[in-house]
Design a protein around this ligand. Structure first.
Ligand code: CAA
Length: 272
C-alpha cells in the first residue's frame, strides 16, 4: 500500500519519516515516523477519515521505521471527535455517521479502532507527544501509544460518558492497566480534566516537560530508543506486553522461549 500525501492531507494528517543522526554523526539504525494531526483550526478534531488515514499509515509504514511519534499541530493534541458529526451540519467531505443502533455499527467501530490498534505493534515503539488538550478520542489516541511525553500545559479528559458514549477507541484497557479500575472509573464517570502533573503522578505521562522543549525531548527519546538493536527491541516489547496477562510461571516460560528465538534469529543456526 502506498501513501499519497494529498490523501493524508484531506484526512487531516501529515507523515514525516526521518533517520536521526547519532551523537557521533553516523545515522541511527532505524527511522522515526512522525504523524501529525493537522487540523489546528479545529484543535485537531478527529473524523472517521482521519482514523482510516491512521490505519493506512500503520499498514504502509516502511520497514525501517522503529519509532512512531504522534503529535498535534498547534496548541492542542486533539479535541476528540469532530462534534459537527453529531449535528445536521456534518463535516465537509465526510459521510454521515452510521445509525448508532444499526447492525453495521460494531463493524464500523472496528474499522475506526484499526487507526489506533497498530500503535501497539511489537516492531515499533509509539510515543504520544501531547501539548494542550487531549480530549475523548484524543486522549484515547494518546493512550494507544506505548509512551506519553506531556508538555506542562497538557490536559486530558475522557469526555465520552458526558455524551452518552462509552470510550470505544481502544483506550479503556491501557487506562485501566495504568491507573487501576477505581481511578479509571472515577476519571471516566466524572469526565473531569487531569493536568500534566496529575497525569504524571498516575503514570499516564512518562515525562512532563516545558512546552518549548517537547519536540526536543521527544527527538532525544526517539534517538535513545533506536540505540537498541531492532530484533532485541521487538522481542523485548513482545515479552513485556505479555507480562500483565501471564502468571509468573507463564511469563518465565515466555522469557525462555523468546530468548531462544531471539538468539537463533541474531546468531543464525548452530554450527554443525
Ligand atoms: N469538534 C469540532 N470543532 C471543534 C472541536 C471538536 N471536538 N473542538 C474545538 N473545535 C473548534 C471550535 O468549534 C472552534 O471553532 P471556531 O473557531 O470556528 O469557533 C475552534 O475549534 C477553537 O475552539 P475553541 O475556541 O473552543 O478553543 P479553546 O482553546 O478555547 O478550547 C477545547 C479548546 C477545550 C478543546 C474546546 O474547544 C472544547 O472543549 N472542544 C470540545 C471537546 C469535546 O467535547 N470533544 C469531544 C470528545 S468525546 C469523543 O471524542 C468521543 C468519540 O470519540 C466518539
Amino acid at each position: 500500500m502506498t501513501l499519497d500525501p494529498a490523501d493524508l492531507e484531506l484526512a487531516g494528517l501529515r507523515l514525516d519519516i526521518d533517520t536521526p543522526q547519532r551523537a557521533d554523526g553516523t545515522q541511527a539504525a532505524g527511522a522515526v515516523a512522525t504523524v501529525t494531526l493537522s487540523r489546528p483550526r479545529r484543535r485537531n478534531a478527529m473524523t472517521p477519515s482521519m482514523w482510516r488515514g491512521l490505519a493506512k499509515i500503520g499498514s504502509a509504514l516502511p520497514p525501517q521505521v522503529r519509532v512512531v511519534v504522534i503529535r498535534g499541530e498547534g496548541q492542542s493534541f486533539s479535541a476528540g471527535i469532530d462534534l459537527r458529526l453529531f449535528s445536521a451540519e456534518g463535516v465537509p467531505a465526510e459521510g454521515p455517521l452510521p445509525d448508532l443502533r444499526s447492525d453495521g455499527f460494531e463493524a464500523w467501530i472496528a474499522d475506526c479502532q484499526a487507526g489506533f490498534r497498530w500503535l501497539r505493534r511489537p516492531d515499533i515503539v509509539s510515543i504520544a507527544a501531547v501539548r494542550g488538550h487531549a480530549i475523548g478520542a484524543g486522549f484515547q489516541l494518546a493512550l494507544s501509544c506505548d509512551l506519553r511525553v506531556f508538555a506542562e500545559d497538557a490536559k486530558v479528559c475522557m469526555k465520552e460518558p458526558a455524551l452518552g458514549l462509552v470510550p470505544d477507541l481502544t483506550g479503556t484497557k491501557p487506562l485501566v492497566d495504568i491507573v487501576g479500575l477505581p481511578r479509571a472509573l472515577e476519571i471516566c464517570l466524572t469526565t473531569r480534566t487531569l493536568d500534566a502533573i496529575e497525569a504524571r503522578e498516575l503514570g499516564l505521562a512518562e515525562i512532563v516537560v516545558p512546552v518549548d522543549r517537547l519536540d526536543e525531548v521527544v527527538a532525544d527519546l526517539s534517538a535513545a530508543l533506536l540505540t537498541t538493536d531492532a530484533a532485541t527491541a521487538r522481542a523485548t516489547k513482545k515479552l513485556l506486553s505479555m507480562a500483565a496477562g501471564n502468571t509468573l510461571e507463564e511469563q518465565a516460560a515466555a522469557e525462555r522461549r523468546i530468548q531462544t528465538e531471539l538468539q537463533r534469529e541474531r546468531l543464525g543456526p548452530l554450527p554443525s
